[in-house]
Design a binder for this molecule. Structure first.
Ligand SMILES: Cc1ncc(COP(=O)(O)O)c(C=O)c1O
Length: 427
């Protein structure tokens, strides 16, 4: 029996009849950037999470970048995060000129260890960036409590946690800002790159809206004022010296321009007099309508897809031999979305080889913890304390087994049988 690590074609085939008519409508409208599909999907996603604001953007990496900028993180600041994550988490921190400060993770759920955070806080610390790795929410109450005590922002990396929850609250609705990726392999995956930034804070949402579109128009002007008032303008990449324009832009004529407008839907936007007034150095980080249309359809199935993943995870947890070290989650507190099912093996390479010989796909996330990446050498990061043994151990042992909603229970049982048979040979 063949078991792929993931098969996106199966999901597309199952949803083809729902997705294709929506994509056709986008093509026929020619409203490719922004417009009603993006607005609708933002509203649906905000409602799904139970947050006030959801701002679509071009990727999970863009979401993190926008969130850090909106939180006022800039050159010379420090952001505390986990070394056991995808590179983009810390890349975004470095990308806004700040320094990622890595603290160790926990043995049981592979997430940032709240016990290690306080020790890493300095006068330069601006935010804590927990990552809900593999879809298992971090211990958010403790993280938020520390953040509050030190007046730090909490930016959640929810790239792998669409639909996960912590004490009944959805990931992405707990910290100050949530950052999602809709990369096609994610639990909620588009048909290209895409992302979302979520928040309950009106001011943050204004800054996010402005930054995702070149810091322009009314939103740009409002965001400029907000950042200026909070003292986050001046020496970073936020832009300065354009105060005159900022106050002009808050006037009536700017009212249409900051919000992502769709060229196809409203030709007059081309002549918006404020469109080309820019107040902040922002980005082109827009979500496109093709992604939004596809994601709206998939969002309707997310609960059912995550449920299917949970059934597969349960089967693995019950069926795998006790010799296999598996993640331990407190499911009275968290509901993981099971983005990945990651076990630990002292025989990592051998086990992956045995799985490959049995025609079972597997992965290894993440083989190199971020503090060991060349890119974070030469003083580009800080480590507290001076070694991170748990992250290093997990990186050297992690093996991801296939888990996706379309997987059959026969396939799951075949994986279990193959892993158990491998371990029998180990005595
Ligand atoms: C934990 C984490 N953070 C950030 C990202 C970046 O998302 P994207 O690939 O959409 O830029 C990813 C996805 O690959 C991720 O897994």
């Amino acid at each position: 029996m063949k078991v792929p690590f993931l098969d996106l074609k199966l999901q597309y085939q199952a949803l083809k009849e729902e997705i294709e008519p929506e994509l056709l409508k986008v093509f026929e409208s020619c409203a490719f950037i922004g417009g009603s599909y993006v607005k609708n999907f933002e509203a649906e996603f905000a409602s799904y999470l139970g947050v006030k604001h959801a701002v679509g953007c071009s990727s999970g990496t863009a979401a993190l970048t926008l969130a850090l900028r909106a939180a006022g993180v800039r050159s010379g600041d420090e952001v505390i995060t986990t070394p056991f994550t995808f590179f983009a988490t810390a890349e975004a921190i470095a990308g806004v000129g700040a320094v990622p400060v890595f603290v160790d993770v926990r043995q049981d759920d592979y997430n940032i260890d709240p016990d290690q955070i306080e020790n890493a806080i300095t006068e330069k610390t601006k935010a804590i960036l927990p990552v809900h790795i593999f879809g298992a929410p971090c211990e958010m109450d403790r993280i938020c409590e520390i953040a509050e005590r030190y007046s730090l922002r909490v930016i959640e990396d929810d790239a792998q946690a669409a639909g996960s929850s912590y004490k009944g609250r959805k990931a992405g609705s707990i910290g100050d800002i949530g950052c999602f990726s809709f990369y096609p392999t994610k639990n909620l995956g588009g048909c290209g790159d895409g992302g979302m930034v979520t928040s309950n804070d009106e001011d943050l949402s204004v800054i996010l809206l402005a930054l995702r579109e070149h810091g322009a128009g009314k939103m740009g002007a409002e965001a400029y004022e907000l950042l200026k008032r909070s003292g986050a303008l001046g020496s970073g990449i936020e832009g300065a010296g354009i105060e005159g324009k900022a106050s002009e832009g808050t006037g009536e004529r700017g009212a249409e321009s900051g919000n992502l407008s769709s060229i196809g839907e409203k030709a007059t936007d081309l002549y918006d007099p404020y469109k080309y007034y820019n107040y902040l150095i922002g980005y082109n980080s827009r979500l496109d309508a093709v992604q939004a249309a596809c994601l709206s359809v998939k969002l309707r199935h997310l609960t059912e897809f995550n449920q299917k993943r949970a059934e597969i995870a349960k089967r693995y947890l019950e069926g795998l031999t006790d010799q296999v070290r598996r993640p331990v989650y407190d499911e009275k507190i968290i509901t993981p979305c099971w983005h990945q099912f990651v076990i630990r093996s002292a025989y990592k390479a051998e086990l992956c080889q045995a799985l490959a010989e049995a025609e079972i796909g597997s992965g290894t996330f993440y083989p190199v913890p971020l503090h060991k990446q060349k890119a974070f050498g030469a003083g580009n990061c800080r480590i507290v304390p001076d070694s991170l043994p748990v992250a290093e151990e997990i990186s050297s042992q992690s093996v991801c087994l296939p888990i996706f909603p379309e997987m059959t229970m026969e396939q799951v049982d075949y994986v279990i049988e193959t892993v158990n048979c491998f371990y029998k040979g180990k005595g």
